[in-house]
Design a protein. Structure first.
Length: 262
């Protein structure tokens, strides 16, 4: 049987919380100064990452004290409800640290049935994407909601494929995608796929963190697309790679990628 739909009030709560967290992130972004440090894994962390995650954790603890929480900066807090929230306080910290306004605040919820809801908020762009299991996917821009608009390119050879962080990719993978599709640079978020700019996104490395990927399965499923790793496995059980698509050329792209890896 299909997993049950989540409640509308719960989805609305998550959208409201993400909206408030996004305002905090934007305030920190436009502040006169903020400090940046380098974590053990070599990635940046800013005061905003810590402040936004702490804010979201505090709100969730007050509203849903039995829920578990996993956040990029503060790790896991166990719960007893069978639900877990996943927080990426600043998705695109490097952009944020360099004052490039391409970053987001991401929030996802998982329950005993799997991914339940997700919110991807880009506060400077004034765009918020939200989806709930059985409730569809919507894109809110300047306060106005719209349904996703997925491309339907008939031929793979004219499909636009967005490459995310390709600098360290194997040359054969780059050449294979270049020869078979129309590759593009990274547009900054999942919104390019949901607004008809591209047919697919490929993330081949460096591997993404769980908090980066957690919002994507429910968003793509509710929008009518697909999300797997590059071997075709369920995204959140995969290896940190990702193929996100409208669905039409997903299997063909998996075959191309598999060929390039041989």
């Amino acid at each position: 049987m299909p997993a049950p739909s989540i409640s509308t009030p719960l989805l609305e709560y998550a959208v409201g919380l993400s909206t408030r967290a996004g305002r905090l992130a934007a305030e920190r972004f436009f502040a006169a100064d903020f400090s940046t440090a380098i974590k053990a894994d070599g990635t940046e962390v800013t005061e905003a990452d810590l402040a936004v995650e702490e804010f979201i954790r505090g709100e969730l603890a007050d509203r849903f004290p039995a829920d578990g929480v996993y956040g990029e900066e503060h790790g896991s807090t166990s719960g007893t409800s069978g639900r877990r929230w996943v927080i990426d306080p600043i998705d695109g910290t490097r952009y944020f640290a360099y004052r490039i306004p391409v970053f987001g605040t991401n929030l996802a919820l998982e329950d005993e049935h799997g991914p339940a809801l997700a919110v991807v908020n880009q506060p400077v762009a004034r765009q918020l994407i939200y989806a709930g299991r059985g409730r569809g996917c919507r894109i809110r821009t300047d306060g106005r909601d719209a349904a996703p608009l997925l491309r339907d390119t008939p031929d793979l050879s004219t499909a636009r494929v967005e490459l995310v962080n390709p600098a360290g990719w194997p040359a054969e993978l780059l050449l294979t995608l270049h020869r078979a599709t129309r590759i593009t640079g990274h547009l900054g978020s999942i919104s390019g796929l949901l607004t008809g700019l591209v047919d697919a996104m490929v993330i081949a490395g460096p591997e993404m963190g769980y908090e980066d990927l957690a919002p994507l399965p429910v968003i793509l499923e509710e929008a009518g697309g697909r999300a797997t790793d590059l071997r075709g496995r369920p995204l959140l059980a995969g290896d940190g790679t990702a193929l996100l698509s409208t669905g039409r050329h997903h299997d063909a792209l998996l075959d191309l990628i598999s060929t390039a890896a041989r």
